[in-house]
Ligand binder design. Structure first.
Ligand code: ATP
Ligand code: ZN
Length: 223
């Protein structure tokens, strides 16, 4: 692949992280002109462009070198790290960004007892995060059946297809609406700036260092 001379940052095309991510980049002095097909946003001042994609695709795009950095939930980054095969480019969290906060939690039907992970033994747990859930079950030495669903995980217990779920929780409103309660927390998440462990040794690396400096200033001011 021909080396690029402009920095490319992947971010969510449309979802919870889109607005706050753009807002943060704007406050770092970056402004963009949206292209007609809305896949790319071209940077107007600095040599930094955006690639607008589904959040789940962001770690893979960085690992493949299509993008230099990405703004993505820690949950998605860790799920990728846990399931990417050996030899895949190692990604790292360069900065926590302070928005998109949520937890990846185990939830069980309201009337069910839950004291400890061992209570999940032999149960069916529905999730969109099989990598993170399997790693947690292994660590807790619990043998359970993981059922991978792409979405609407919270309805699985009512449908009788799962005994518990492992899903993202913010306010807990979705759980209550589905007669579930939060029982255990696997991961505290927020949006992060993700990238390869080693920065490119060209102008893009310099631009990343400048961006990190500006981010630190902006995040400090906000705190
Ligand atoms: P996409 O179309 O990009 O795949 P999505 O439906 O997977 O979108 P969103 O629901 O917009 O994604 O969530 C994006 C991220 O926002 C999550 O991965 C998570 O890090 C964070 N987030 C914060 N609160 C919540 C919540 N209550 N439910 C889901 N995600 C949340
Ligand atoms: Zn997604």
């Amino acid at each position: 692949m021909k080396p690029r001379d402009r920095l490319r940052i992947a971010m969510q095309k449309s979802g919870r992280l889109t607005e706050p991510a753009l807002d943060l980049l704007n406050r770092c002095g970056l402004t963009f002109r949206q292209s007609r097909d809305k896949l790319f946003c071209f940077g107007e001042g600095e040599p930094v462009d955006l690639l607008l994609v589904r959040d789940d695709d962001i770690p893979g795009l960085i690992a493949q070198g299509v993008c230099d950095l990405g703004i993505v939930g820690r949950n998605v980054l860790h799920e990728f790290q846990g399931t990417a095969g050996e030899g895949a480019t190692a990604l790292t969290e360069w900065r926590p960004l302070g928005f998109g906060r949520c937890r990846l939690s185990i939830a069980v039907p309201q009337e069910r007892d839950y004291r400890e992970p061992a209570d999940l033994a032999s149960q069916r747990i529905a999730t969109s995060y099989p990598g993170l859930l399997n790693a947690w079950l292994r660590e807790k030495q619990v043998a359970a059946t993981v059922i991978t669903l792409a979405g609407s995980v919270e309805i699985a217990p009512r449908l009788g297809t799962a005994d518990a779920i492992c899903d993202l929780v913010q306010s807990g409103g979705t759980l209550v609406a589905n007669q579930l309660r939060e029982a255990d927390v696997l991961l505290q998440s927020e949006a992060v700036l993700a990238g390869p462990q080693t920065l490119p040794a060209d102008e893009r690396g310099d631009m990343i260092e400048l961006l990190l400096k500006r981010l630190d200033g902006v995040i400090q001011v906000r705190e």
